[in-house]
Design a protein around this ligand. Structure first.
Ligand code: UT7
Length: 315
């Protein structure tokens, strides 16, 4: 499998740390120092489906395919206003494709998991060209009266088209059941047969624990991947790490003992866009001409679950 087209789209509204400090007990200095984030894009006038459509259409255009040639759609999304139908069904019509599709929710690790699924489907002969569309609006499930999650999360969409090829080399997936580290509970409708009604909770996060687990498990994923492939960290040209916190990227980098230029970031301007962060970063790097034929690229992500995932591509 190889990536033959990418696209991304972000909300137009950019909100700075100073703007958040007008209604939250925080500061530009604290957020910048602890996370690397200076601003984030948040949905305001447009919907998640609008930006997902733009990202998807850009990816199709970049691939040089016509929409009819896409024969499967994998959408990665944690939550959106529709519990059902799936976001893949909603997006099929808007993108103008006719193929079947499915939704996956592997939190912020959704993109790497979708790559694994797409590779398996192409190898099995079930599809030739697949769109992976990661569309996330975590700003809509943060508690905006608290400073813990709302300073971190942001909205965005990233898409790739994959097709037959030999670029996708290997993948490492990890799942450690630990709901308490990061969760969002939506109340379901009450029935007359329950004694207690369900209550929802906006996103709850144990930031420090998640931080430690992210650095440790992601480094392990990457080392397992490299050792299986007979590679060392210095053989890799770029590490595209989930943009959750610049300090997490730095933590993984210092364990791998590799230079900063191999770890591109855009969290400074976009915040944490969950599973969309890696495809958005990849799309930007390609647009900047930073990725060349033969480059070895590791993608590594982690998130609620706890889950983590890493994959290796040779461009
Ligand atoms: O997509 C994956 C999902 N999420 C993540 O990957 C997040 C992982 N975790 C993190 O990024 C970091 O743990 C946070 C950014 C969430 C927090 O940073 P931290 O360095 O772990 O800070 P902390 O929670 O240990 O808090 C340090 C201090 C505390 O004050 P005291 O007790 O030292 O006086 C907090 O009350 O900073 C305070 N604090 C804040 N101050 C200003 C916590 N949040 C804020 C804030 N603004 N937003």
């Amino acid at each position: 499998m190889k990536i033959i087209g990418t696209g991304s789209a972000l909300p137009t509204l950019s909100v700075t740390n100073n703007q958040l400090a007008t209604f939250l007990d925080t500061s530009d200095e604290w957020i910048t120092e602890r996370t690397g984030i200076k601003a984030r894009r948040l949905l305001s006038t447009e919907s998640l489906y609008d930006i997902a459509e733009t990202a998807a259409k850009k990816a199709i255009e970049a691939s040089g395919l016509s929409p009819e040639q896409i024969d499967f759609l994998i959408c990665s999304n944690v939550a959106n206003r529709h519990v059902t139908p799936g976001i893949s069904c909603i997006m099929q019509n808007r993108i103008g494709i006719k193929c079947a599709g499915l939704d996956i929710n592997v939190a912020c690790a959704g993109f790497v998991n979708a790559m694994m699924l797409a590779d398996s489907m192409i190898k099995a002969g079930n599809a030739r060209y697949i769109m992976i569309l990661c569309a996330e609006e975590p700003s809509k499930y943060c508690n905006w009266h608290e400073r813990d999650c709302s300073i971190l999360f942001a909205d965005g969409a990233g898409a790739v088209i994959v097709g037959p090829g030999d670029s996708f080399k290997d993948v490492q997936l990890t799942m450690i059941s630990n709901r308490d580290v990061l969760y969002y509970e939506r109340p379901l409708e009450s029935t007359p047969f329950e004694k207690e009604h369900e209550h929802g909770q906006p996103l709850v996060m144990k930031g420090r624990e998640l931080f430690r687990q992210a650095v440790s498990e992601s480094s392990k994923d990457i080392m397992k991947l490299l050792s299986r492939q007979g590679l060392t960290p210095s053989d890799i040209d770029y590490y595209l790490i989930h943009q959750a916190n610049k300090r997490i990227v730095d933590g993984i980098r210092s364990l791998l003992k590799e230079p900063e230029e191999k770890f591109p970031t855009n969290i400074e301007y976009y915040g944490n866009t969950s599973s969309a962060s890696i495809p958005i970063l990849l799309d930007e790097m390609l647009a900047q001409g930073r990725i060349h034929d033969g480059d070895k690229i590791v993608m590594s992500a982690f998130g609620a679950g706890f889950v983590s995932a890493a994959c290796l591509l040779e461009w």
